[in-house]
Each structure stands twice: as C-alpha cells, then as structure tokens.
Design a protein around this ligand. Structure first.
Ligand code: NAP
Length: 280
C-alpha cells in the first residue's frame, strides 16, 4: 500500500522499464514491513541533475543508478565514497546532512558472488575480462584488491580499454594488468584460470560465442555478468567442457541487497530478493 508518508526509492536509467530492481526491492520492503516503495525513473532528455536534486533534498530517499548514467552521475554527487572512487562509478545514491552521497555496491556484489557462489579465490591466479565498460571497472577493482596475479583485458573499443587501464594504474595494485588484441583472446582464455564476460554479448539469441568453443576445460571458472538468459552460449559451452560457471544473477542480488542495507540500515532479506529476481 502507498500512504501519504511512504518513502520513495528509485532506479535511474535509460532505458529502465526492463529493470528487475523494482521487483527485488519492493519484495524486500514488503518482507520487512517497511513503508517504502521503489520505482523506475527515466529522466527526460537524460536530465540527471534534477533527479539528483530530488535525492539531495530527501524528496526521494535514495536511488540506484544504471546504464548509461553510472559514470556521468559522479558530476552531480557532493561526496563520493572511497568505494565509488576506487571503482570510478556510482550505482547507489542517498542524502546525508543536505549532501548527495554517491556509493557503489557493484564491486561488493561481484566479489561476494565470485567467492561464495563460484568458489573462486583470485590470489595468485590469472583472469581475462572481455569488455571494459562500467561493469568491468567494478570487476577489475575487486580482482586486483584480492591479489589476482595477472589480468588480460579486451574490448572492441580500444579507447575504453585504455581508459580502464589508466584508472586501474592509479591504485598501485600488484596485479600485472595488460590490454590484449582480439587475436590473443582465445590463447589467453585457454591459459587463464578465470574468464569473465563484461560485455552484453550473449543476451540475444543470435549473439556469437565471445571466445572459441575449444578454449574451455575443466580447470576453468567462467563468469558471465549477463543474467538474461540464465544460461548464455558462453556458459553452456564452458559447462559442457566441465568448467565451473556462474551467471550475473547473484551479483545483481548482492548489489541490490547491499544498497538496501545502506539505505535502511537493516539486514536485507537476501534470499527473498534473489527469489524475486529469478521470478521476475
Ligand atoms: P558497457 O559500459 O556498455 O560496457 C560493455 C563494453 O563491452 C563496451 O565497451 C562494449 O563496446 C564492449 N563490447 C561489446 N561487444 C564486445 C565484444 N564482442 N568483445 C569485447 N568487447 C565488447 O556495459 P556495462 O555496464 O559494463 O555492462 C556489461 C554487461 O554486464 C551488460 O550485459 C550488463 O547487463 C551486465 N551487468 C551485470 C551486472 C550484474 O549485477 N550482474 C551489473 C552490471 C552490468 P561498445 O560500447 O563499442 O559496444
């Protein structure tokens, strides 16, 4: 039920009507009996500044931020948390003492799912990341923090890959990070311990397999950040070769649960949130 004093949270994106976050957060509010609701917002003319002002002033109690605003929203935030600075983007907004705070829970969501659900410990291991956009920023930060030994990055947009490398270089991680060309993707994938898809490739039925089928073996862990469909061509091929696989659903649920706990300062009902996402 919506009342006069119901708090309103949102997810800001464009497009945003496909987002499953409202299902997940509204289920959590219902479960805990919190008088709040969560709605999708697509700012007209991509005018983020005015939506941000509504959060700063407390008209909206908080918000998630999704594609394509995670990086541009940084310009409208008064205080960036250390986590958001380290990742270089914002997915969680809230007001505090008249200021707009920008935080990021994607990295934590990725790390939890990598450790708990895929069972992968990065220390002294090697990985390849395909795609160097917003999601890759959170993923690389957490892998480097967790003492991954070496990391290869490939993006069809060389400029994006270079920007990501420049961002990582600011933090003096011990991980040996290098950019690779498309011709090296298969050989690096074959040799490494962890293959991560941070591109949207795999969402559409006619998308190609992003690495060759014959690179996979039972020594691999393969993580696809895509969660629709749950079993992408990449994950299916890897599974057939005996690799351990994980899709992006757990990361999505963990990052949402983390945002929820930042806003409401309560233990989030993670299992309910994850179930709601899976059913959405
Ligand atoms: P993004 O900022 O658009 O970055 C994707 C990058 O991949 C772009 O630079 C893109 O280049 C590149 N790319 C596209 N096709 C490629 C290919 N065949 N090989 C190498 N690089 C390629 O998107 P994002 O926000 O990082 O999201 C990436 C994916 O992760 C999306 O599917 C998103 O839904 C998913 N995601 C999942 C979660 C989760 O919680 N599970 C969280 C965040 C994101 P162009 O721009 O030139 O196409």
């Amino acid at each position: 039920m919506i009342y006069g004093n119901t708090k309103v949270y949102s997810v800001i994106g464009n497009p945003v009507k496909h987002s499953k976050s409202p299902n997940m957060h509204n289920a959590a509010f219902r479960e805990l009996g919190i008088n709040a609701c969560y709605v999708p917002l697509q700012p007209q003319n991509n005018d983020l500044e005015h939506v941000c002002a509504l959060i700063r002033s407390g008209v909206l109690s908080g918000s998630n931020v999704t594609i394509p605003f995670k990086e541009s929203v940084v310009n409208f935030v008064d205080v960036l948390t250390d986590e958001a600075s380290m990742i270089g983007s914002v997915n969680t907004l809230y007001p505090k003492d008249g200021k707009l705070i920008g935080d990021n829970t994607d990295g934590l969501g990725f790390k939890k799912s990598l450790f708990l659900d895929l069972g992968f410990k990065p220390e002294n291991k090697s990985a390849i990341i395909l795609g160097a956009g917003g999601a890759a920023k959170a993923v690389t930060a957490k892998l480097c923090q967790a003492k991954l030994n070496s990391l290869a990055i490939f993006d069809i947009d060389t400029k994006k890959a270079e920007e990501l490398l420049a961002h990582i270089d600011k933090f003096n991680y011990k991980t040996n990070v290098k950019l690779i060309s498309s011709t090296k993707v298969d050989s690096f994938s074959k040799e490494c311990d962890l293959i991560i898809n941070c591109t949207p490739i795999g969402m559409k039925d006619d998308d190609p397999l992003i690495v060759s089928k014959d690179v996979f073996s039972s020594r691999h862990c393969v993580y696809d950040l895509v969660y629709t469909p749950p079993l992408t061509k990449l994950l299916s091929s890897a599974q057939q070769a005996g690799a351990k696989i994980l899709n992006g659903m757990d990361m999505l649920a963990y990052q949402g649960a983390e945002s929820f706990s930042i806003w409401e300062n309560v233990e989030p009902p993670y299992e309910i949130m994850k179930k709601e996402l899976a059913n959405a």
